[in-house]
Design a protein around this ligand. Structure first.
Ligand SMILES: [Ca+2]
Ligand SMILES: [Ca+2]
Ligand SMILES: [Ca+2]
Length: 258
């Protein structure tokens, strides 16, 4: 026989952690991973009575927002670490602050992203269907896409501008960034310091950064490279601005450990 759950207990369980609370929040949440306070507090999460005011004391590096318009802010995390943000539905504002910060649109656990996402990294915008909304990105350097066909455009992504990268720049001033397309046939435009990632693929991938195909276009760009893999990857096409004079690949081959 199932034991009755006291309403107070149910509410308490739902408000223990900002990560789980966000799933049941009735209104947007504001999470700040750098809201220091008494007794060593390192961050806070606030919302309506479905969330309360949660304080945490270190060790929080990932945030899952509510289905509403959330405000999620990171900290100045150290080199070779990453902070991760999953805004969910709603028009979210995500500010990674310093360090390497990733927004996620993948359906890793029980997320419900139902369509592809279009990311303009320099402009700091990520748009999708109602399961994604229109998100504002600030100091965000990495995107984990949806399991659908995403568009990732990192052209003109530098250490200054609307969405400024804070994980280093190369000699041309292009800020380091990363895109992991997950499933779906994704479209990728690098900035000359872009890493493409397949770390969650369920099989090997074949990447050819020099595979031009004039029949494949994105806006005014033609394909310069391609990745193929199993259903966890799809066929991802890589493009480079036709106005570029450099023969450099738009994608970085420099291994890093972020
Ligand atoms: Ca949200
Ligand atoms: Ca950060
Ligand atoms: Ca994808």
């Amino acid at each position: 026989m199932a034991l009755p759950v006291h309403p107070k207990m149910a509410l308490s369980c739902a408000t223990v952690a900002p990560l789980s609370a966000a799933r049941v929040a009735a209104i947007a949440v504001t999470v700040d991973l750098a809201a220091s306070g008494p007794s060593g507090q390192t961050g806070t999460a606030t919302g309506d009575t479905s969330v309360g005011t949660d304080r945490f004391f270190g060790g929080v590096t990932s945030v899952r927002g509510s289905g509403f318009d959330d405000s999620l802010s990171g900290s100045n995390n150290a080199a070779n670490t990453a902070e991760q943000f999953n805004g969910g539905a709603g028009n979210d504002t995500i500010d990674g602050r310093g360090g390497f910060d990733r927004v996620q649109y993948s359906s890793f656990v029980d997320d419900t992203t139902t369509g592809g996402v279009t990311v303009s990294l320099a402009a700091g915008t990520a748009t999708g269907d109602a399961s994604v909304g229109t998100d504002t990105l600030r100091s965000v350097e990495a995107v984990r896409g949806s399991n659908f066909a995403d568009i990732y455009d990192a052209r003109n992504f530098t250490a200054s501008g609307t969405n400024a990268g804070s994980a280093g720049v190369n000699a041309n001033g292009a800020a380091f960034n990363e895109f992991e397309g997950m499933s779906g046939n994704d479209t990728i435009v690098g900035n000359g310091n872009t890493r493409i990632s397949y770390q969650n693929a369920t099989g090997g991938v074949t990447v050819n950064l020099s595979s031009p195909d004039a029949s494949q276009t994105y806006l005014t760009l033609t394909q310069t490279g391609i990745t193929t893999g199993d259903s966890s990857v799809g066929t991802d096409r890589i493009y480079r601005s036709s106005s570029r004079t450099s023969k450099r690949s738009p994608l970085s081959a420099t291994p890093t450990t972020r």
